[in-house]
Ligand binder design. Structure first.
Ligand SMILES: [Mg+2]
Length: 108
């Protein structure tokens, strides 16, 4: 554990902390008025991944765009002050409790 981390910082919360340190150091705001912009930027990175896949770029390149999206999601989660590990665990539990191929009447 490095300086500044709490014992609860593991997994997603640790990554969220690492992203927040980087964006703060690079001068990017995490203020509430940027929430809509952050949401839009997550979309832009997912679109970049779709475009890279469409163009036949390598899986590594597609993955790099998905990691860009992940970084932006972790930044937004930090701005929202969400316990990402707790929410992840709760959502995974909920999803495991759902029936096989739930909500897929028309595919998906
Ligand atoms: Mg990108």
């Amino acid at each position: 554990m490095t300086t500044g981390e709490t014992p609860l910082e593991t997994g997603l919360n640790l990554r969220m902390h690492q992203v927040r340190e980087m964006v703060d150091a690079k001068g990017f705001s995490s203020e509430p008025e940027r929430i809509w912009e952050m949401l839009a930027l997550i979309h832009s990175e997912v679109s970049e991944a779709a475009d890279a896949y469409k163009k036949g770029q390598s899986h590594e390149e597609v993955g790099e765009e998905l990691i860009d999206a992940t970084i932006r999601i972790l930044h937004l989660l930090s701005a929202l002050e969400v316990d990402a590990d707790a929410v992840f665990d709760r959502k995974m539990h909920t999803n495991w409790e759902r029936p096989h191929r739930y909500n897929t009447v028309r595919g998906g």
